[in-house]
Design a protein around this ligand. Structure first.
Ligand code: KG4
Ligand code: ZN
Length: 332
């Protein structure tokens, strides 16, 4: 099936053309980072307006890059939620109108299902597997038995890991989004002996908590008599990332063992983190668990990721009606 996929849940407008849920013919992402950076975070109203401005040319671009005509498409898949409702509505409304005009089916897909299944665009990962979905809004562990078959094993009880990266970066005056900047600073592997707590690590469940870690960084900053210089900032970033990575990797490995799973898929924007990738690769060597990561372009928000599950559902006759609506809060 030849599908157009659309994503507009937060601050990236994305369009992709994907064949048979696997072959990415085009995958275009228009980032709004510059628009929101001055505010230190995403401003929902500005995000919606920018999605509206760029979605038409973006889709045209995606079709041109894929060298296809609108009439060649057999379906449209779009992020239905979760996300910013005004932002989601742009993608959902566009998808419905486009599919209606072409007389092809439209389907709303869960953003996190998209992130988790993105790995299948590049390699075949057999089910069942454990999925660690780590993004700006999610830090969730699922047992995955197939497309549409997710069992929640644990989740953050407060902030998401990506959110914590962004907030700590803001405290350190590093700008938005914080994840990539902290990742870069932490690459030097010098934490200066600073140790931040690893919340919930000793708890006998698969939940996470990142709010306390963020407060620990703030408290540490308050102990300094002057604003941190370049070296101290780098050390704080490194110590913070190490603590986050420790918790994420250890809980995921533990959950996989408890569920008797020997495959872990790491998905979402935070899966780009080089410290997280490195630590999982080290742990993988001393266990019989294999860890899979999508390429960074398919970890961060993109539209191609929606086509894996989208193609499967449409091929099985499951599609949405023209009453499809955006859902800001939608558990997987
Ligand atoms: O999946 P995503 O693009 O959007 C959401 O669905 O939220 O994830 C965005 C989050 C942001 O919080 C960003 O700071 C974080 O992913 N992120 C990273 C890295 N790249 C993006 N966090 C840590 N290290 C990175 N390299
Ligand atoms: Zn996302």
């Amino acid at each position: 099936m030849l599908l157009l996929a659309l994503e507009s849940s937060c601050d990236e407008t994305a369009a992709a053309v994907v064949k048979d849920g696997r072959h990415v013919l085009s995958n275009i992402i228009s980032s709004q980072v510059d628009l929101h950076a001055v505010y230190g975070g995403v401003v929902p109203e500005l995000a919606s307006r920018r999605h509206l401005e760029v979605i038409n040319p973006l889709v045209e671009d995606a079709l041109n890059k894929a060298q296809i005509q609108p009439q060649d498409l057999q379906g449209v898949v779009v992020t239905r939620g979760p996300g910013l409702v005004g932002a989601l509505l742009v993608g959902v409304s566009f998808a419905k109108a486009y599919a209606y005009a072409l007389n092809i089916p439209v389907l709303g897909v869960h953003h996190i299902e998209g992130h988790i299944q993105a790995v299948q665009l590049e390699q075949k990962v057999e089910y069942p597997f454990l999925a660690l979905a780590v993004s700006g809004g999610h830090t969730h562990l699922y047992r995955v038995d197939g497309i549409g078959r997710y069992q929640l094993l644990g989740r953050t009880v407060d902030d998401a890991a990506g959110e914590a990266f962004d907030k700590v970066a803001k405290m350190l005056g590093l700008g938005y989004p914080g994840g990539p900047v902290i990742d870069k600073l932490a690459a030097t592997d010098d934490d200066g002996g600073i140790v931040f707590p690893r919340p919930m690590l000793k708890k006998d469940n698969f939940n996470f908590s990142f709010s306390g870690m963020k407060t620990a960084v703030l408290n540490y900053l308050h102990t300094l008599e002057v604003a941190p210089d370049e070296v101290t900032t780098r050390q704080i970033a490194c110590a913070f990332q190490t603590a986050v990575v420790d918790v994420l990797t250890q809980k995921a490995m533990r959950a996989a063992k408890a569920e008797n799973l020997n495959r872990i898929v790491v998905a979402g924007g935070v899966a780009c983190n080089s410290g997280l990738r490195k630590k999982f690769l080290t742990l993988e060597k001393s266990s019989d668990i294999r860890v899979y990561f999508p390429s960074p372009i398919f970890c961060a928000d993109n539209a191609a990721m929606l086509a894996v599950a989208g193609d499967y559902y449409l091929a099985h006759g499951s599609f949405s009606g023209l009453d499809l609506n955006a859902v800001s809060n939608w558990p997987l």
